[in-house]
Design a protein around this ligand. Structure first.
Ligand SMILES: *Cc1c(COP(=O)(O)O)cnc(C)c1O
Length: 210
């Protein structure tokens, strides 16, 4: 059971299991699996597309206590919709998005918690700010757009050990006074917990293959 494995990794690291939130990544999963997951009491879910998330969780489908997190790339023309739907947006990675979110939040009077995505492996195909630009970007989010950066998020390269990437993300967070770390997926969430993850994003290990 994933929650037991998170608790075990936390304990090994001298942390409390309650310091780590399980984000159940529901993208592309069939509705009956989501319903079964809700029945277990799980309330934090991650989706990587605004449209798919709106179809699944929008309007009449919202559950009491649900916390919905956007973990996929956001386009600025979807900022208003994302602000209306999500409780946490984990993929802030450029000024255009920061500005669009600030504007949408002011308009909607709703402030989802925000994470900056860092491309720790500097992979060209991957979203996120480069590690060397993270301090500057976090500063711009705060000073120019009045955003509260609650956390940082990363997706390490598949071909490399994840630990050094998690360590780098933790270091960037610490020096910027950012408290939360979204890191770790099905294959490496226990490692992420050891490196200080405050939330792990688990899809296939929880629901089965997509
Ligand atoms: C799909 C996805 C996950 C979940 O991946 P699994 O390997 O299925 O656990 C986590 N984070 C992000 C950003 C994703 O897009």
């Amino acid at each position: 059971m994933i929650l037991d494995r998170i608790a075990g990794a936390a304990k090994e690291a001298g942390r409390a299991a309650s310091d780590v939130t399980l984000v159940a990544v529901s993208k592309l999963q069939p509705q009956e699996k989501i319903a079964a997951m809700l029945d277990t009491g799980q309330r934090v879910f991650g989706e990587n597309r605004v449209q798919e998330a709106a179809a699944r969780w929008g309007d009449g489908n919202r559950r009491e206590g649900l916390e919905l997190r956007l973990i996929g790339p956001l386009q600025s023309n979807k900022a208003a919709e994302a602000v209306a739907l999500f409780d946490v947006i984990e993929t802030v990675d450029r000024e255009k998005i920061a500005g669009a979110l600030a504007e949408a939040m002011a308009k909607a009077g709703r402030r989802p918690r925000l994470y900056v995505q860092v491309n720790t492996g500097e992979e060209p195909q991957k979203a996120g700010v480069a590690p060397g630009e993270a301090d500057g970007f976090i500063g711009v989010c705060r000073a120019r757009y009045g955003l509260v950066v609650e956390g940082l998020m990363c997706i390490p390269p598949e071909s490399e050990p994840a630990g050094p990437h998690f360590a780098l993300l933790a270091k960037i967070a610490a020096r910027n006074g950012v408290g939360k770390l979204s890191m770790g997926m099905s294959g490496d969430f226990e490692t992420a917990v050891r490196f200080g993850a405050t939330s792990v994003r688990v899809g296939t290990a929880l629901f089965g293959a997509r």
